[in-house]
Design a protein around this ligand. Sequence first.
Ligand code: CTP
Length: 413
Amino acid sequence: MNKPLNIVVGVAGGIAVYKACGLVRFFKELGHEVTVVPTPSALQFVGAATFEALSGNRVSTTVFEAVDEVQHVRVGQEADLVVIAPATADLMARLVAGRADDLLTATCLVATCPIVVAPAMHTEMWWNPATQHNVSVLRERGITVLDPAHGRLTGKDSGPGRLPEPVQIGNLALTVAARGGFNRELAGKRVLITAGGTQENVDPVRFLGNRSSGRQGFALAEVAAQRGAHVTVIAGHTDFLETPCGAEVVRVVSAREMAEAVAQRAGGADVIIMAAAVADFRPASEASAKLKKGVNDSDLTTISLVENPDILATTVQRRAAGEIGARVIVGFAAETGSADQDPLELAKAKLQRKGCDLLMFNHVGHGKVFGQLDNSGWLLAPDRAPREVPSGSKFEVADAIIDAIVDLTVLPS
Ligand code: CTP
């Protein structure tokens, strides 16, 4: 992991305060030092004892405690990252006004480190012009305000305003800490992402699949959405991951279903990222009933395969034919290499063969990358030197990929 950080978890008073406990635990398990600074109303929902036990540090809400240690400035001065989750409409209004009437707002006024605000409130409060104005002012000041998730709220209603899950906030916040802040260069852009592994049915109970967890594709969706994009994910099989916050997710099973879903949506996309592990072949026929040992032995011991559509190559061809207008198409290459084949050279050949604008190459096998939390590799683009992506969380790698996409969009090639 990267170097341990001093993280302040600010907690404002809303029903989602219980999720702040998970966030504190997420940071602690990664080895970071955490100080929880709740507002007095946050403690109406979860007591100080819980936050003290989880963080291993004293909790106070007011500038009038530990005055001899000048706590009202020390906490902010020593922080490497401030994450406020949940942030209420009231807390954001107080941040905009520059108030310092409790320890959390005083800490935010002092902190020069990255600040991440994760709002949670009812949809009406989120869309209220006052709140939207406050969100834009905070973003203009360089504070990263995450978009809330859509979903079930406290009452019977649902809509935007839900606090993302602790693991999502934590991963996004650490990505922000590594770069300083998200700016929203992808605002107004439509990004289509494939993620996870396809499954090719043999019979109703068996399939041919692969080890893809979907983590990298989902991390790309999270980061692209928080950098302003309108994101659609075409997802095959994934591990039990939280649905990417702010993205529309279309579930598919087989490569052909994924190809169909991409074909339907590629026309409207500015950027297409193919992070899915697509099965190159599928069984030539799918048995309608379970194949039985001793009855269908030959069907079970020898499965005839036929080739699946190459979704990436087809999408590139459609662009060349003028059918779709995507500005950037990104592929992935997971290569093991072999004794006589350098994996990077294989990836360079794949970039040329597939004809995409960017290829994220990573070296896989022996427990590397598939299903792991970290990733690393090289970004390859035609006529450009390979750009190394250092080892980091899949969110940090996603962020580096989005940077490269933004560069390709902005800079002349
Ligand atoms: N891909 C795709 N459709 C396929 C196979 C792959 O869209 N039928 C995409 C993947 O999502 C990835 C890229 O192509 O972005 C490279 O995938 P990979 O499986 O490494 O490529 P292959 O062409 O199958 O090469 P290999 O011979 O190494 O399996």
